[in-house]
Design a protein around this ligand. Structure first.
Ligand SMILES: Nc1ncnc2c1ncn2[C@@H]1O[C@H](COP(=O)(O)OP(=O)(O)OP(=O)(O)O)[C@@H](O)[C@H]1O
Ligand SMILES: [Mg+2]
Length: 252
């Protein structure tokens, strides 16, 4: 089974930036091929990985739900699996799967059941799966019941933001997905330091680690300029903070 690592957290805290950095880091340390999953309806993981998503699960699900779109004689299950393989975009050391918007009000149970099976099978061909989520992860939970081995709840290093982490942990516990170890990732730490009040707030959380990633002007500008993490100079594996995060992810 692959190791699956997911990031969650409220809007704008840096989930997508972190996932893209982790994809590049893991490629550098030889953990490829990686399946990068963009499970945020407002998809932009592809952009930070230097890719324009061409196909999304959301479109596939709509198409598969229209009886007129099934060519006669082709079993629906086979057709969906073929389409799914077509929307997996190949990058260097990773593949990208973009989920797109959540489903509409119609009944998608049959199509979702098939998608769940095929996604599960697809994931098995990768040693590592990295998933960028929206805060609640409901979107993901409708399309998979597979376990998440490591969940990183990303937060800004402020007391209100850390309080939200507690609520996200409760949400995660209420989903039908089993989560292995959980950590909080304090992102955009100014000068790499975490205020004492934030540390105290963090002590109340049921997480196995508190990790951090410093504020970096280069990262902020990268996003604004529409660049990808592969444009960043140097080797990410030399970054002590990312190394600590990756070690937490990879350790048994
Ligand atoms: N460590 C960092 N240093 C500086 N800027 C950062 C850092 N991490 C993220 N950012 C910036 O914060 C903004 C939000 O980042 P990002 O899109 O990754 O957040 P998100 O949690 O995925 O947001 P959304 O909820 O909209 O999906 C971006 O402008 C990004 O460049
Ligand atoms: Mg995002």
């Amino acid at each position: 089974m692959p190791l699956s690592i997911a990031a969650s957290g409220k809007g704008g805290v840096g989930k997508t930036t972190f996932c893209a950095l982790l994809v590049r880091y893991m490629i550098e340390v030889g953990k490829s091929p990686i399946l990068a999953v963009d499970a945020d309806p407002n998809s932009n993981l592809g952009a930070l990985l230097g890719m324009e998503p061409e196909g999304k699960i959301a479109d596939l699900r709509e198409d598969a739900n229209q009886p007129a779109n099934t060519p006669s004689g082709v079993p629906k299950a086979r057709m969906i699996e073929t389409w799914l393989n077509q929307i997996v975009q190949e990058g260097k050391g990773f593949d990208l799967l973009t989920m797109g918007r959540p489903e509409g009000p119609r009944c998608y149970c049959y199509v979702n059941d098939l998608l769940r099976q095929f996604l599960s099978r697809l994931k098995k061909s990768y040693p590592l799966v990295i998933i960028d989520n929206e805060a609640g992860m409901e979107h993901l939970s409708r399309l998979t019941t597979d376990n998440i081995d490591r969940l990183l709840i990303v937060s800004e290093p402020t007391v209100p933001s850390v309080r939200t982490v507690g609520r996200i942990l409760e949400l995660a516990a209420s989903l039908p997905i089993k989560v292995g170890r959980q950590a909080m990732l304090l992102n955009k730490a100014k000068n790499g330091s975490i205020p004492e009040s934030v540390r105290q707030q963090a002590e109340n959380l049921e997480v196995s680690a508190t990790l951090k990633l410093s504020y970096s002007q280069t990262l902020g500008q990268l996003y604004e300029r529409g660049g990808s993490v592969f444009d960043l100079p140097g080797k990410l594996q030399d970054d002590p903070e990312l190394t600590k995060i990756a070690q937490w992810c990879l350790s048994g």
